[in-house]
Design a protein around this ligand. Structure first.
Ligand code: GLN
Length: 487
């Protein structure tokens, strides 16, 4: 094969590794060289451990020779820096964890290692996964590989950049309100958030515990199926993981979608939707129709409340989860503090960035006595209405199709001083987390400025298979996933 190894997909590379045509060391070295050449401009990795990656590659080589293999054996991956990795620094892009080396593996990390995958390093993100642009990283913004003046999306910006720029074969990340789907859309790659409960969150640093879910960012839908297969499943270490059979997702590939009903929620196509995004999504719907899918108009009447509901629940849960960073147990501690109160105050105000502090304050307020009923409890009630909207809509169709984002990627700096504008850019992705349903983002076009546009498909609880089926049918009949940024 004449293409460089780093540019292949997991699905393409896997047989080459299995047949011994290429070695894990060659693939790993190809990725490491590309990171060294390009990541200075993109800032997609916070930690690269070349030595350990090459050691893992040698171990994978032994496994490949022994025949004890999986589709991920010898595959160099990038892990979002919010998922703990034993012995490999995990910072959540925060000063407060800048020197934290976890003593254990997250369940997904352990599963991937068990499958023979190689960890190249940890990817950049918004601090504690709070953000939509990767500009909230304490270690500098990541840059969109299609145009470095633009944001890659967030919070999993580094993962999406690393996949889009061929700096890894695939990535695992987290999605609390769109953090996988939105950066995948902005970088022209495939992002998948499984159903809440499908993938163990043991070892995922908690942000909004009723919303957080681990998923995948990959170059195409086949790779999404392969990577999801490796990480899905019940885990007794995560009480929210669900003990349900995990289907063979590869069986959803190459299936037709004749007669399949796709719901079009009218509220997701209204005012505020950029004309180029609307046109690309409409064209994608036409493609799906030409493949035999039947479009049905549906309504999600509580859509107007999604952003407000999410931005109460997520910060409330974050304020509680982040109480553990107190300068005592682990992470940064202000060396100057003279007493316990100073230690808490100074450690937290120096250790956390502006957006994280804003959320802690908002969340603490929403949970405080006298306000709890009016804010957190009310938001939880509205959340139930939002979930019911989805259940009613998905009773009439197999999946819903919407844009991922209201606009293509915006310029770095454009929204940093306007948190509300930033929050509004999540308008189409937050609801899947509030409802707990799975969602996938697939590339469906480029704007006139050459920035990627994504199509979002949302499915029924635990029906990841149908999303993969529809997304793969779309991908087989389009070329958007093959477009690469010029670097
Ligand atoms: N952009 C959303 C937020 O800032 C979602 C982030 C995420 O999914 N982790 O909270």
């Amino acid at each position: 094969m004449s293409e460089p190894l780093y540019s292949l997909t997991i699905g393409q590379l896997s047989p080459l590794l299995h047949q011994g045509e290429v070695s894990p060391q060659e693939v790993t070295q190809a990725c490491l060289d590309r990171i060294a050449a390009l990541d200075g401009q993109l800032n997609s990795y916070l930690t690269v451990d070349a030595e350990s990656a090459l050691t893992q590659a040698r171990q994978a080589e032994t496994r490949l020779r022994s025949g004890e293999v999986t589709p991920l054996t010898g595959m160099p991956l990038a892990i979002k820096d919010v998922i703990v990795t034993q012995g490999l620094r995990t910072t959540c892009a925060s000063r407060i964890l800048s020197n934290f080396v976890p003593p254990y593996d997250a369940t997904v990390s352990a599963k991937l290692r068990g499958a023979g995958a190689i960890f190249l390093g940890k990817t950049n993100m918004d601090e504690f996964a709070m953000g939509s642009s990767n500009e909230n990283s304490s270690f500098g913004a990541a840059h969109n590989p299609w145009n470095r003046d633009y944001i890659p999306g967030g919070s999993s910006g580094g993962s999406a950049v690393a996949v889009a720029a061929d700096l890894c074969l695939g990535s695992v990340a987290s999605d609390t309100g769109g953090s996988i789907r939105q950066p995948a859309a902005h970088c022209g790659v495939v992002g998948f958030k499984p159903t809440y409960g499908r993938v163990s969150r043991f070892g995922l640093v908690a942000f909004g515990s009723s919303l957080d879910q681990i998923g995948t960012i990959t170059k195409d839908v086949t790779d999404c199926a392969l990577l999801l297969q490796a990480i899905a499943g019940y885990d007794p270490k995560d009480s929210t993981s669900v003990n349900l059979l995990v289907p063979d997702y590869a069986q959803s590939l190459n299936q037709e979608i004749w007669g399949l009903k796709i719901g079009i929620p009218q509220e997701y196509y209204g005012a505020g939707l950029d004309a180029e995004v609307a046109a690309a999504v409409q064209q994608a719907l036409d493609t799906l129709t030409s493949l035999g899918a039947e479009l049905v108009e549906v309504s999600l009447p509580h859509t107007d409340y999604v952003v407000a509901t999410y931005y109460l629940i997520a910060p409330a849960e974050a304020s509680s989860n982040l109480a553990r960073y107190d300068g005592v147990k682990y992470g940064y501690r202000d060396p100057e503090a003279k007493n316990l109160l100073e230690l808490y105050n100074q450690t937290r105000s120096q250790g956390f960035g502006a957006e994280v502090r804003r959320r802690i304050m908002l969340g603490t307020y929403a949970l405080s006595a006298g306000y709890y009923e009016a804010y957190y409890q009310k938001a939880s009630q509205v959340r139930t209405l939002i979930r019911r909207d989805f259940e009613a809509a998905l009773a009439r169709c197999a999946v819903l199709a919407t844009p991922v984002t209201p606009t293509p990627a915006f310029r770095i700096g454009e929204k940093v001083d306007d948190p509300l504008a930033m929050y509004m850019s999540d308008i189409f992705t937050l609801s899947a987390n509030l409802a707990g349903i799975p969602g996938i983002s697939v590339p469906c076009g480029l704007s006139s400025q050459g920035l990627p546009i994504g199509l979002q498909l949302l499915g029924r609880h635990f029906d990841e298979a149908t999303l993969i089926q529809v997304a793969h049918a779309f991908e087989r009949h389009t070329d958007f996933h093959r477009a690469k940024p010029r670097l």
